[in-house]
Design a protein around this ligand. Structure first.
Ligand code: ADP
Ligand code: ADP
Length: 229
């Protein structure tokens, strides 16, 4: 069974038709890069996958849970799908480690000791274990985004969604975040990444999907995508 499946998805913001008959099947371990002009619906598409946006019609299934079934299905999907945004959304008055352990304790029901062990493990994984006791403001933007990635990984998700994770960063910090994403990709994580970083797309994407005006207009393996005129 696919990890993520969208079938005939239609999304409106009031009268505005934001997603038009979107069909997308993502296999376990597959890496998708989603690109296209600003306003074409990329962010909307991935926000629909964990029901940050509701859809008008069509069907979205994630790890066997059909979003339309129940709030329970929505909660299950949100546990299974990690999301990383352009803004890091870390709690400023909590340390890096505390930021990482909140959801594992509340949502996964881990004890504080278990959650801390999990937090340290994933902070190490993104190579930022030595920053665990610091506050977000003491870190660079690139480090904060890696904390946001570690925080998502602490839920041990089956898939990760990235919404322009490097767009808010100074250029010198983009690479460290992309390197972290490459690491996850090599681990076999199922990923959908909205990004303009075509080097990253070329390096890890199994498919590059191009959106325009709310629709998927082209879908290809990266090599033929980059050969296209
Ligand atoms: P992209 O990620 O490709 O830049 P978005 O998915 O953010 O595109 O937005 C697609 C379109 O939907 C844009 O025209 C945007 O203005 C509109 N849109 C996005 N979110 C909302 C919202 N909450 N209410 C109304 N319109 C929205
Ligand atoms: P991005 O393009 O980085 O996704 P936007 O600036 O388009 O960010 O949107 C920022 C927030 O405002 C998002 O939550 C989006 O859903 C919302 N938004 C975007 N366009 C509109 C709109 N036309 N009307 C209302 N909300 C919008």
């Amino acid at each position: 069974a696919p990890m993520i499946e969208m079938r005939h998805v239609e999304k409106f913001y009031g009268p505005f038709h934001a997603l038009k008959d979107v069909n997308l099947t993502v296999a376990k371990g597959e890496k998708i890069v989603l690109c296209g002009p600003s306003g074409s619906g990329k962010s909307t598409l991935i926000r629909c996958i964990n029901h940050l946006e509701s859809i008008k019609s069509g069907e979205i299934t994630v790890a066997g849970h059909r979003l339309s079934d129940s709030q329970k299905a929505v909660d299950a999907v949100r546990r299974e799908v990690g999301m990383v945004f352009q803004q890091f959304n870390l709690f400023p008055h909590k340390t890096v480690l505390e930021n990482c352990i909140l959801a594992p304790m509340r949502v996964r029901g881990l004890s504080r000791a278990e959650a801390e062990a999990t937090g340290r493990k994933y902070l190490e994984r993104v190579r930022i274990g030595d920053q665990a006791a610091k506050y977000p403001a003491q870190l660079s933007g690139g480090q904060q985004q890696r904390v946001a990635i570690a925080r998502a990984l602490c839920m041990e998700p089956m898939a990760m969604l990235f919404d322009e994770p490097t767009s808010a960063l100074d250029p010198e910090m983009v690479k460290e975040v992309l390197d972290t994403m490459v690491l996850l990709a090599r681990d076999g994580m199922t990923m959908i990444c909205v990004t303009h970083e075509m080097g990253f797309a070329r390096q890890v994407a199994d498919r590059v999907i191009f959106m325009a005006d709310g629709a998927i207009v082209e879908e290809n393996d990266p090599e033929s995508f980059f050969r296209a005129p």
